[in-house]
Design a protein around this ligand. Structure first.
Ligand code: KG4
Ligand code: ZN
Length: 343
């Protein structure tokens, strides 16, 4: 790889849930490698992520994934400026594997260590393919564990203005998918099946949270979908799974789009970005594209591979933390419920 002395190369490590991932990122926005070892096939057997199995699998894979990331980037540890690692939020046992690996490499080589917030990583994924994107902007983070509306004030400076009161958007996708027999992870499967269904076939509720117009609530929608399925079963009526998937998905998207666009307008921004696993949903992307176009808002989104968990996004976030002078000590620990903007 063409690198010179002034280049800042970040080796990034991510192991917060069910992907063991490592990446090398050059000067914050150029991804030299992005290696992801997914455990999805393993957890599918159990219908969801089994934390103990995730930790064990991370231990098996982590060194191999890091070596591959360096090899693919055509660099060695001697070229690396800093090591960025996700230290929260996530599953504690899973996080610990990445954090321990990063600390061990840092200790052995003297390369500085930087702990990165997983959600900061998701947001930063937008910088990879949108070279012109700079803060401030509003970002919707919708993943398996989070549904946040965030004002990105500057690199590494965030204000959460909306959050879910109960289930995360991805969690609702996964639960409804399980109920119609699609298996784990449900998001991509509902995305696919919806294309064969009618989004207006069943009317599911769009929850409004009275106290904060930017907050979300998906548990009522999830229950409505489950009740609908139970009702059909009790009455002996056939269920059109594609219609359920499409109608449920439309209800989630309507709420995400309405709340996000209200925030962008009220805060007076002209830039909006999406992030997290749910951001790879094709109908969601199309809906945002259309509404943003109509309202003269520039819409940014990462490619699907940078929406779901990966280490490149951690490398980008780590780069901006590095520039700000953030360094972590060898006492860096996994923090399962780490808040955005906290250290
Ligand atoms: O960001 P992510 O990979 O991991 C977390 O940090 O949680 O998000 C995973 C979530 C899962 O709930 C998965 O079902 C959902 O993202 N997801 C999707 C799609 N792809 C992944 N949801 C809807 N449509 C998709 N295409
Ligand atoms: Zn994630």
């Amino acid at each position: 790889m063409e690198t010179n002395q002034k280049d800042i190369l970040i080796l990034a490590i991510e192991s917060s849930c069910d992907e063991t991932a490592a990446s090398v990122v050059k000067n914050g926005r150029e991804v030299l490698s992005n290696v992801i070892s997914s455990q999805i096939a393993l957890h599918t057997l159990y219908g969801g992520v089994v934390p103990e199995i995730a930790s064990r699998k991370h231990i098996e894979k982590i060194n191999q994934v890091i070596e591959e990331a360096l090899k693919e980037a055509k660099v060695t540890l001697q070229d690396i400026t800093a090591i960025a690692v996700t230290y929260g939020p996530g599953l504690v046992g899973a996080l610990l594997v990445g954090v321990s690996a990063a600390k061990a490499i840092s200790f052995a080589t003297g390369i500085p260590l930087i702990g990165v917030h997983h959600i900061e990583g998701h947001i930063s994924a937008n910088f990879i393919e949108n070279k012109e994107l700079e803060p401030p902007f509003i970002c919707l983070v919708a993943s398996g564990g989070h549904s946040h509306l965030v004002v990105v004030k500057d690199y590494g400076e965030y204000e959460i203005i909306g959050r879910t009161r109960d289930d995360a958007a991805g969690e609702a996708f996964d639960k409804v998918a399980r109920a119609i027999g699609l298996g784990y992870p449900g998001g991509p499967k509902i995305d696919k099946l919806s294309k064969e269904g009618n989004p207006d076939a069943i009317h599911f509720p769009r929850a409004v949270v009275q106290e904060n117009e930017y907050d979300f609530s998906f548990s009522g929608l999830k229950s409505a979908a489950l009740n609908y399925l139970n009702g059909c079963q009790m009455k002996g009526e056939p269920v059109n799974n594609a219609d359920v998937a499409a109608s449920f998905q439309k209800a989630v998207i309507d709420v995400l789009v309405d709340h996000s666009l209200a925030a962008v307008k009220n805060y007076g921004f002209d830039k909006f970005a999406i992030a997290g696993g749910v951001a790879s949903n094709s109908s969601l992307r199309a809906a945002f594209e259309e509404r943003c176009n109509k309202e003269g808002i520039k819409f940014y989104h990462p490619s699907p591979i940078f929406c779901t968990d990966n280490a490149a996004m951690i490398g980008v976030a780590g780069y901006y933390e590095y520039l700000k002078g953030v360094r972590s000590g060898y006492d860096l620990n996994a923090v399962p419920n780490l808040r955005l903007g906290e250290r």
